[in-house]
Every structure is written in structure tokens, then in C-alpha cells.
Design a protein around this ligand. Structure first.
Ligand code: FES
Length: 236
């Protein structure tokens, strides 16, 4: 459990918000980070309408070292999906954003054993009908490490494999007048502290130092197609 979640659960318990005196997990509240504009690789504001449906895009948020997927699913997502973290805290994922409510973002760190896309290789990605296989169902985010599968149209709910909880959702805002996108926070089970300690050495090499990887993203964050971001995509 992330420290903030632990404190929140303890606070709820101390205030008598638990279930009739028995210990109950508090609801998982959204965690707000800096409102950050998504840009293309030339630094220009990313236009939501330019996202290719079914393509995997990567950006980093809320820390310099934590990758996220941005996906235009091509059709409206389910709205207000009730989900639970691995600790039993419930939360409601609001749904996709954009004109069709089809654009979603999630932490790209698998909730099982924290596989994530690096510049060299990615074992986890969204698979549409054209890239799904006998192992990975279409229109799911699939992790080829041990085959956890998440439904991005339903808050990254776990659909298969050993994952103990959904991928942590990244909260997005779509500014209709400019067709631009902003990340504003996270919702669900964050695993960033565990991620930073597990991959301390690797993240230091990738980002220059552990402190740099843990630096909060502010202002803008660059969106890159996964195919360009990493050299090899493993598709099981
Ligand atoms: S790390 Fe993704 S399924 Fe095990």
C-alpha cells in the first residue's frame, strides 16, 4: 500500500468511517498532481483528434520515470465503472474523454510484478483486433510477462492473469475548444513507491539519477507512439 493510502485508511478508521467498528478499506480517492499538458514530439499541444484509434502512445506522468499509456479506443467507453484496488478500496472510474469519450490513459506499470515499457523492450501493450493473438484477447492491454489482461474500456479492470488490481488510471481532461489534453492526477492503486525501489538502478540509468526518475512532471509531457518509443514490442 502506498504511504498516502495507508494514512487515508487509518484516518478513516480513526474517524469511525469504517464499517460498524470493523476495519474496512476506505474508498480510493483521486490523487491530484500538476495539471500537465500533453504535447507531441515537437512540443506542440497534442490534438486529441489526431490520435490514431488502436495505437499505443506513451507519456510520463506523474513522475519523470513512470510511463503511461494513452489510447484512443475508437468507441465510447463504459462510464462510472466501480473497481477495487488490491487492498479492497473501491473507486469509480469516470470513463474516457474526448468527443467520443474514447480516449483513456493508464499507468503502463503492470500491477502484478511491475513490468513496464522501456526504450529497449515492452512486454505490455494494448492489442486491438489486428494485433491480438490466441493468447491475448482483442481490445485489451496484455502483459506478456505472466499474461495479466486489463480492459481499457472499463477502467483497466483485470480480465485475466495474476494481476491483483486494475492498472492505475490517469485522470485526463479534454479541452473542447482547443482539442487538447491534460493529465491531472491518478485514480486507483498507485504502485510508484514499489516501482521506484524495484527498478532503482535501471531508472537511474534511464533518467540520469534516481532523483530525476522520481521528479514530478509539471507543465508539459511528451506523447510518443510506443512503436517509436521502444525498439522491440513483445507480442505474445
Ligand atoms: S508482470 Fe505483468 S503479468 Fe506478471
Amino acid at each position: 500500500m502506498e504511504r498516502r493510502d495507508f494514512i487515508r485508511v487509518c484516518a478513516a478508521s480513526a474517524l469511525g468511517l469504517g464499517n460498524q467498528g470493523t476495519f474496512a478499506a476506505a474508498d480510493a480517492q483521486p490523487r491530484r498532481y500538476a495539471r500537465t499538458q500533453l504535447t507531441d514530439e515537437s512540443g506542440q499541444p497534442l490534438r486529441a483528434s489526431r490520435l490514431t484509434a488502436g495505437e499505443n502512445y506513451v507519456f510520463h506522468y506523474p513522475f519523470e520515470g513512470t510511463p503511461c499509456f494513452l489510447i484512443n479506443l475508437g468507441k465510447a467507453t463504459t462510464q462510472n465503472v466501480t473497481l477495487k484496488t488490491g487492498d479492497g478500496a473501491s473507486y469509480q472510474w469516470p470513463g474516457g474523454v474526448g468527443p467520443q469519450r474514447a480516449i483513456v490513459a493508464y499507468s503502463a506499470i503492470c500491477s502484478h510484478q511491475l513490468t513496464y515499457p522501456t526504450r529497449q523492450i515492452s512486454f505490455i501493450s494494448y492489442r486491438d483486433r489486428s494485433t491480438a493473438s490466441k493468447i491475448s484477447k482483442p481490445n485489451m492491454i496484455h502483459c506478456c510477462s505472466e499474461h495479466s489482461e486489463y480492459d481499457p474500456a472499463a477502467g483497466a479492470k483485470v480480465m485475466g492473469g495474476p494481476a491483483p488490481q486494475p492498472l492505475c488510471a490517469i485522470l485526463l481532461e479534454h479541452e473542447r475548444a482547443t482539442d487538447t489534453l491534460f493529465a491531472t492526477g491518478t485514480l486507483g492503486g498507485e504502485m510508484f513507491n514499489t516501482f521506484f525501489s524495484k527498478y532503482e538502478m535501471r531508472l537511474a540509468m534511464e533518467h540520469g539519477s534516481p532523483a530525476r526518475a522520481q521528479q514530478r512532471v509539471t507543465g508539459t509531457t511528451t506523447v510518443t507512439a510506443l512503436a517509436k518509443f521502444c525498439k522491440q514490442q513483445v507480442r505474445c
